[in-house]
Design a protein around this ligand. Structure first.
Ligand code: CDP
Length: 784
């Protein structure tokens, strides 16, 4: 008798997102929804200057405001040894300024009051006497010999240099350049951008004076790691700290670091014995927390006469702001930037990187990016397009000629990465077919003959995601494994607890699907819990597209452990040998007698009611998964643009995306991730600009100036896939969350540069706004 196979919501099924039920009816539980009895509210006074010495702070008027409970200054924090805190990159950062302010928007003092209104009113009455100092707003200024030293409080810090870092083989690279037929050079700036999640950052700190236990409700992408950092910073016993990350309205890397507001609110709650809430407003979020990118890069590509790559040489200067605060794996000072050879079989490469302090807010967060992969991908994809244009080759042909061939995997890159799997040519060919590349080139030739500007941009990105294997990847010494704990109740319903934390990526659905696939329990019967350190196993958190590669693998592994136990239970129930049992999703049956079967639910019930002698009760387990390697998702994006000569306005006509993230758990969710990333890439490429004037004033600290794309200007996306499984991931899955943010900016910009190529315009830094395009055209005498 064959058993009817019901839809389980297993791998490959586009089931609807379980979590959307509560979000769609407004029943999500975000940080600002948390309200505790006796809760106080905190507001922060921020520096109006980018660089200034603090002569004095007068808080008398602020303290007198009705409802104000405390005014907290750096001096008070210093009395508790909390004026400074360690950062995730091993630097220190001011919690509340004591000596100087080092960026506009830096935290200077905080007011704790009975209401948010009283706190905000009082903040405006704090008098600070500043002695304004010159501001440094670029690595170039920071490295001038007479530049003022920003971090003069650091012992032994005589200049603004943070680190020098190298990867690859200099001698081999120099030798290849010496015999190159042609060297193509590109100098470009990947500008500061901001993840700008819908929900800003915040905390409700509740230190219970009776028990000493600190319960911290936080918008954190990494609750366990944050708990450990808090234990180290505040000297609180770790078991007395509970971090609860409720529903999160977008993180994108903005919610990884520890921000001063978190520390001040916790200290205030500890000192006052009452819960304290602090939630950033939009301006605070954009001016002070979680900047990304700001890499000044020069790439040189050595080519032979056929257009084959011989070597890549790259130098970058990183603008880290006043504190080196972003999370990087400890060994890689410039993040994972040395993936910069991308999809290309480059025999030699050498990368040098220097980090600098400037008078800007701490930057460098991995905004939807695996630690600086975005900057690397942008540079190589822009370089390849420029190289093809310079050599008079077709841009697709140039790429196809230089791709790492599918037969070469696993592949060791010139900077030391072991790519797990890939088939770049197939992804590119599919994209060329879907965008109708040959026809577009024909159309372009006709339009060019008529003096019209049309461009076709390609980017064939390779990412490195899923940090990491613990021996090479750690943050402050914490190895980057992740975890899953699975418990099946007697009636066959399951609870899966994760070390990672969703911020909107749909983990409650996709991780349930992994259990459904491995154990046969329908996804609807698997509840996924995450974000509460008291009730989930230790993990490093969700960023850098690591959830599926690491915690997804942990989930598969723990489910398989439970399946092994269920097999023994089934054998006991069927009075058969385990070796004679066959598994099909959801049930064991005796080989040759498919009607002699026990379902996974039968086995779960038996785990609590009818066990073989000597077996422990229960059906549960935990897995801490340390991946053997990273995963390397890839794809090709093709963008078609028309550029108006008279105004410089760029109109995106078509976007085709081919992504390969190995096995897709939920294709609909994957496509949603790609749509989101393509939209963010569009914003970075064309509209989003956060810059600083010469005094260090942040221009772009609100949504009137920092232009996130809306549905009005965002183009339509056509998405396709190839599937090249990861050979080392238990499910063959690779991460995908950030692929499109990583890969698409170069495709958009390449399209514009392709349009402008006939006029010898080789680069426009992002965002490629119409005024810049118009100015570039005008400089060549082209505008109408
Ligand atoms: O770490 P993060 O969740 O941001 O990134 P991810 O691991 O790439 O996953 C993003 C979302 O896509 C999650 O819901 C994944 O489970 C889902 N996904 C998938 O369905 N199949 C894949 N091969 C990769 C991710």
């Amino acid at each position: 008798m064959s058993v009817e196979v019901k839809p389980h919501g297993g791998i490959g099924e586009s089931i609807k997102r379980k979590e959307d039920g509560r979000f769609l009816v407004g029943r999500g539980n975000y940080l600002d929804d948390v309200s505790l009895p006796g809760m106080l509210h905190m507001a922060i006074l921020r520096s109006p200057h980018a660089h200034a010495r603090i002569r004095s702070i007068d808080s008398a008027a602020a303290s007198a405001v009705p409802g104000v409970v405390a005014v907290v200054t750096g001096e008070l924090m210093a009395q508790h040894n909390l004026a400074w805190m360690p950062t995730l990159s091993g630097d220190t950062q001011a919690v509340l300024a004591t000596d100087k302010v080092r960026f506009q928007g830096q935290e200077v003092a905080a007011v704790v009051a009975e209401s948010k209104y009283a706190a905000e009113d009082a903040v405006g009455l704090i008098q600070v006497d500043y002695e304004v100092l010159p501001a440094i707003t670029s690595p170039q200024q920071a490295s001038e010999p007479d530049a003022v030293v920003i971090r003069d409080e650091k012992e032994g810090q005589k200049d603004n240099h943070i680190y020098h870092w190298e990867a690859g083989d200099k001698a081999a690279t120099d030798a290849a350049f010496a015999r190159a037929h042609r060297v193509v050079t590109l100098t470009t700036h990947y500008p500061r951008s901001h993840p700008a999640p819908l929900e800003t950052c915040g905390i409700v700190a509740d230190v219970n004076p009776a028990t000493g236990k600190a319960t911290l409700y936080m918008t954190s992408q990494a609750p366990h790691a944050i708990r450990t950092v808090f234990a180290l910073v505040a000297g609180l016993p770790e078991h007395q700290i509970r971090v609860i990350a409720p529903d999160i309205g977008g993180g994108f890397g903005n919610k990884v670091p520890v921000y001063p507001g978190y520390v001040v609110a916790t200290a205030a709650s500890l000192l006052l014995g009452r819960p304290v809430k602090w939630v950033e407003d939009r301006n605070e979020n954009l001016i002070s927390t979680g900047f990304a990118r700001d890499f000044h890069m020069t790439g040189e590509l050595a080519l032979d006469s056929e257009g084959r790559m011989l070597a890549l040489r790259v130098h970058l200067d990183s603008d880290n702001g006043a504190f080196f605060a972003d999370a990087q794996p400890s060994k890689f000072k410039a993040g994972l930037f040395h993936i910069v050879t991308g999809s290309y079989d480059t025999p030699a490469a050498h990368v040098t990187a220097d980090g600098f302090y400037t008078n800007k807010a701490p930057g460098g967060v991995a905004y939807r990016c695996s630690f600086r992969v975005t900057e690397a991908s942008y540079l190589i994809e822009r370089l390849v397009t420029n190289a093809a244009i310079e050599m008079g080759m077709d841009q697709a042909e140039m790429r196809l000629k230089n791709f790492i061939p599918a037969s070469a995997f696993p592949y060791r890159s010139a900077t030391g990465w072991d790519y797990d799997s890939g088939d770049y040519a197939s992804a590119m060919n599919l994209a060329l077919e879907k965008v109708a590349y040959s026809e577009l080139r024909r159309e372009q030739a006709e339009r060019r003959a008529r003096g019209e500007l049309m461009g076709i941009g390609l980017a064939s990105f390779t990412e490195v995601v899923g940090a990491g294997h613990g021996k090479d990847f750690d943050i402050l010494g914490l190895r980057m494994f992740d975890s899953a704990e699975l418990r099946v109740h007697p009636t066959g319903k399951a609870v899966l607890k994760l070390g990672v934390k969703t911020q909107g990526q749909g983990h409650e659905t996709t991780f349930a699907q992994i259990v459904a696939e491995e154990l046969g329990i329908p996804a609807a019967d698997v509840e996924v819990q995450h974000g509460d350190t008291d009730h989930t196993p230790y993990g490093l958190g969700t960023y850098a597209s690591r959830s599926t590669p690491v915690a997804g693998a942990a989930t598969a592994v723990v489910a398989r452990k439970l399946r092994d136990k269920a097999r023994a239970l089934a054998a006991h129930l069927l009075e058969a040998s385990e070796d004679d049992l066959e598994w099909e999703r959801g049930r064991f049956f005796v080989r040759g007698s498919p009607d002699r079967a026990k379902t996974i639910q039968d086995c779960a019930f038996a785990a609590y009611t009818n066990l073989p002698d000597g077996m422990e009760a229960g059906l549960e387990g935990v897995s801490y998964y340390d991946p053997p390697n990273m995963t390397f998702p890839f794809g090709t994006y093709a963008v078609v643009v028309d550029v108006d000569k008279g105004t410089g306005v760029v109109k995106v006509r078509k976007v085709v995306a081919v992504d390969d993230c190995g096995v897709r758990i939920n294709p609909m969710i994957v496509e949603g991730q790609i749509h989101g990333g393509l939209t963010e890439g569009f914003g970075i490429a064309f509209t989003e600009l956060i810059t600083f004037d010469s005094d260090g004033n942040c221009i772009g600290s609100n949504f009137m100036d920092y232009l996130l794309p809306t549905s009005w200007e965002t183009p339509r996306f056509e998405c396709f896939e190839t599937v090249t499984p990861s050979p080392h991931h238990p499910l063959g899955a690779k991460g995908v969350g950030e692929s499109a943010t990583v890969g698409s900016p170069a495709a958009y910009v390449n399209a514009v540069m392709d349009a402008l190529a006939p006029y010898g315009i080789t680069n426009i830094d992002m965002p490629v706004t119409s005024d810049k395009v118009w100015a570039a055209l005008r400089s060549k005498g082209v505008t109408e």
